[in-house]
Design a protein around this ligand. Structure first.
Ligand SMILES: Nc1ncnc2c1ncn2[C@@H]1O[C@H](COP(=O)(O)OP(=O)(O)O)[C@@H](O)[C@H]1O
Ligand SMILES: [Mg+2]
Length: 281
C-alpha cells in the first residue's frame, strides 16, 4: 500500500535534513506505527506521505502513485487526522463535518453516525470553540473517516484523551483494520503502539532505528526473569531459562513460604531506550 525508499527531507532555511534516508513499506490491512520522542520527525513524515511537503528526495509511493505526482483523486481515498485539529470555531461539530464533506465526490458517511461512534452525539450542535481538547480530538478523528478511506493517517490520535475515550478510539481503529483498512499512526505513547500496531518503526532524529512487531520485540527483549516474593516479604529473582535446573528456585517451590510468583518482561519503552539510546519523552 505504501512504499518509501531512501526518503530525505530538509525544511527551507534549515542546515540539515529533518528526515534522513528512511526506507519502509506498509502492507494493505496493516496498522503501522511511528514511535518516537517529540521532534523525532513523525509529523513531518506523515505530511510527506499525504503530499503536503512535495520537495522531498527519494521515492514515496502510496497506492501505486508517487506522492509528488498525485492528483486530486488521491485525497478521495485517504483520511487524515492532523496532530492539531483545525476547524471553524463558530460552527458546531456537526456543521463542521458537513462542511468538510463538500469536496468529496466519493460517498461519505453521515456526520451524525460518526459523531455517535466517538460519543459526541449530544455535543453535535455545540459550537466547536466550546469543545474541550478531547472533544476536538474526537471530532478530528471523525473528519478523517468522512470519506470511508482505504488508508487512514493518524497523527497522535489519542493525545489529550482520557482513558475511556482513548480506549474508544483504539477500538474503532481495530474495527477499521478488520474492515481491511490500512492505518498509519504516529505516537510517543508506547502503550498505544503496543496495543494497536502490527509493526512499529522506532524513529529518532529523523532516522528509523528499527522496524518490527511489538510482540516479536518483547519476545526477543533480552533475559526474562521470575520474581519470587516470600511470605516474609523478601524478593528474589531467577533467570526464566532452564529454571528447573536452578536448585535454589526448586527448593523454594518445595517450601510453603511463597507469597507470589511473577515474570518480568521488558517493556517496549525499555527496548526503545536500549535500541535508540533515547527515552520516549
Ligand atoms: N515547518 C517547519 N519548519 C522548520 N522546521 C520544522 C517545521 N516543522 C517541523 N520542524 C522541525 O522538524 C523536526 C521534526 O518535527 P516533527 O516532525 O514535528 O516531530 P514529531 O512529530 O516527531 O514531534 C523538529 O526539529 C521540528 O522543529
Ligand atoms: Mg508530531
Amino acid at each position: 500500500m505504501i512504499k518509501v525508499k531512501n526518503l530525505s527531507y530538509r525544511f527551507k532555511g534549515k542546515e540539515s535534513n529533518t528526515i534522513k534516508d528512511i526506507t519502509f513499506d506498509v502492507e494493505e490491512g496493516e496498522i503501522f506505527g511511528f514511535l518516537g520522542p517529540s521532534g523525532a520527525g513523525k509529523s513531518t513524515t506523515q505530511k510527506i506521505l499525504i503530499g503536503l511537503l512535495g520537495d522531498y528526495e527519494g521515492s514515496v509511493r502510496v497506492m501505486g502513485t508517487e506522492v509528488k505526482e498525485r492528483n486530486r483523486d488521491f485525497y478521495e481515498r485517504i483520511g487524515i487526522a492532523f496532530e492539531f485539529p483545525n476547524f471553524y470555531h463558530k460552527l458546531s461539530g456537526y456543521e463542521n463535518l458537513e462542511l468538510f464533506k463538500g469536496p468529496y465526490s466519493v460517498p461519505t458517511i453521515p456526520a451524525m453516525e460518526l459523531l455517535k461512534l466517538v460519543g459526541l452525539e449530544i455535543d453535535a450542535k455545540q459550537r466547536f470553540h466550546s469543545y474541550s481538547k478531547g472533544m476536538k480530538m474526537r471530532l478530528n478523528f471523525c473528519r478523517a473517516l468522512l470519506n470511508d478511506p482505504d488508508i487512514l493517517f493518524l497523527d497522535e490520535p489519542t493525545s489529550g484523551l482520557d482513558p475511556v475515550n482513548a480506549k474508544k478510539l483504539k477500538d474503532i481503529i481495530l474495527e477499521k483494520k478488520k474492515e481491511g483498512k490500512t492505518i498509519i499512526l504516529t505516537t510517543h505513547n508506547m502503550q498505544l503502539a503496543e496495543e494497536l500496531c502490527d509493526r512499529v518503526a522506532f524513529i529518532v532524529d529523523g532516522k528509523i532505528a528499527l522496524i518490527d512487531s511489538p510482540k516479536r520485540l518483547k519476545g526477543s527483549g533480552g533475559e526474562k526473569r521470575i520474581i519470587v516474593e516470600s511470605k516474609e516479604g523478601t524478593i528474589q529473582n531467577f533467570p526464566l531459562e532452564d529454571v528447573r535446573e536452578n536448585k535454589e528456585f526448586m527448593a523454594m517451590l518445595n517450601t510453603n513460604s511463597i507469597a507470589t510468583i511473577s515474570t518480568k518482561v521488558k517493556s517496549l519503552e525499555e527496548i526503545f531506550i536500549e535500541v535508540t539510546g533515547r527515552s520516549l519523552i
